[in-house]
Design a protein around this ligand. Structure first.
Ligand SMILES: NC(=O)c1ccc[n+]([C@@H]2O[C@H](COP(=O)([O-])OP(=O)(O)OC[C@H]3O[C@@H](n4cnc5c(N)ncnc54)[C@H](O)[C@@H]3O)[C@@H](O)[C@H]2O)c1
Ligand SMILES: O=C(O)C[C@H](O)C(=O)O
Length: 333
């Protein structure tokens, strides 16, 4: 058996964590041969609830869990961390946009970035889930200057999974037959879900999704809007934000960072922009990426960007630039 790794989950007493921790503990993310210590961070008033979560982890009797560290202390939570799921923050309520959470949440990510910088391993992989995820990840990385910026990413995998599932439903095939959808930009209602490079396996043959659906109006309108507003639709129905699907996406994202993407497949992940596709640098922008085992990723290059796509990329980049300015101001004191 491998040496145990230390995996942090923040917001560990919350909804997403409740589904995520089980996946981690049973080996769905880091593999069935990887023992781990679970470092569970929440705020002091939630320590009683967290105690209940720890009892349940124990009662699951899962052999990969070598220890559980429930805490409200950042120095304990991030000590020697190999991987961190940054979930802890306020979720939006009906009628809010995710960026409305910036003032409530961004300082959490500043403070926790500083703690990662001080206590975590320098090769820690940090996945930001808490909203507004892209800009929180940017600020988390800014305040952890000793950790490479490439080790930070924000989650757009839920949008990616939503897009893949929506196309599979439209085509009447299993989700595993659709690949290489792209989410560009922000995890917000300005994101651009793009099916133009996606493929579908039909009767054993790979075909472009655009050709298979043969309905550009659907792909540029209904499909885009459905994915952009899916989070709000879940909130309207559940009166709480998505949790099971968010935890599944967080597991998918981290597993791909750990083990790499399959040949010929790319996934969507918000990473620091290097200017690819004329996206402004230094914002956390969701791109299509391929990943090598161990987490080094490459932004997929050379995809054709038509006029419609260009317009959509520019809209979401503009929003991220605005969020960055607001976040810098909020964190300046
Ligand atoms: N990126 C995505 O795709 C995606 C998807 C779903 C939800 N989210 C976001 O994830 C976040 C968590 O959602 P949830 O449904 O689990 O919320 P929740 O309210 O159920 O749980 C959040 C937990 O975070 C804790 N918390 C608050 N401040 C903290 C701090 N400073 N340090 C540590 N813990 C802290 C709370 O006490 C609570 O236990 C929200 O911001 C939500 O909008 C993102
Ligand atoms: O939409 C939200 O606020 C929650 C989450 O970001 C989601 O996409 O479901």
């Amino acid at each position: 058996m491998a040496e145990p790794i230390r995996v942090v989950v923040t917001g560990a007493a919350g909804q997403i964590a409740y589904s995520l921790i089980y996946q981690l503990a049973k080996g769905d993310v880091f593999g069935p041969n990887q023992p781990l210590y679970l470092h569970l961070l929440d705020i002091p008033p939630m320590m009683g609830v967290l105690e209940g979560v720890v009892m349940e982890i124990t009662d699951c009797a899962l052999p990969l869990v070598k220890g559980v560290v429930p805490t409200a202390d950042l120095s304990v939570a991030f000590k020697d961390a190999d991987a961190a799921f940054m979930v802890g923050s306020m979720p939006r309520k009906q009628g809010m946009e995710r960026k409305d959470l910036l003032s409530a949440n961004v300082k959490i990510f500043k403070e926790q970035g500083q703690a990662l910088d001080k206590y975590a391993k320098k090769n820690v992989k940090v996945l930001v889930v808490g909203n507004p995820a892209n800009t929180n990840a940017l600020m988390c990385s800014k305040y952890a200057p000793s950790i490479p910026r490439e080790n930070f990413s924000a989650m757009t995998r839920l949008d990616h999974n939503r897009a893949q599932a929506s196309l599979a439903q439209k085509l009447g095939v299993g989700v595993d037959k659709v690949r290489n959808v792209i989410i560009w930009g922000n995890h917000s209602s300005t994101q651009f879900p793009d099916a133009s490079h996606a493929t579908v396996e039909l009767n054993g043959t790979s075909k472009s999704v655009v050709e298979a659906i043969n309905d550009n109006a659907f792909l540029q309108d209904e499909f885009v809007k459905t994915v952009q507003t899916r989070g709000a639709a879940v909130i309207a129905a559940r009166k709480m934000s998505s949790a099971m699907s968010a935890a599944k996406a967080a597991g998918d994202h981290m597993r791909d960072l750990w083990f790499g993407t399959a040949p010929g497949h790319f996934v969507s992940m918000a990473v620091i922009s290097d200017g690819s596709y004329s996206v402004p640098k230094d914002i956390m922008f969701s791109f299509p990426v391929t990943i090598k085992p161990g987490g080094s990723y490459t932004i997929v290059q050379g995809l054709k960007i038509d006029d419609f796509s260009r317009k959509m990329l520019d809209i979401t980049a503009k929003e991220l630039l605005e969020e960055r300015n607001d976040a810098l101001e909020l964190c300046s004191d």
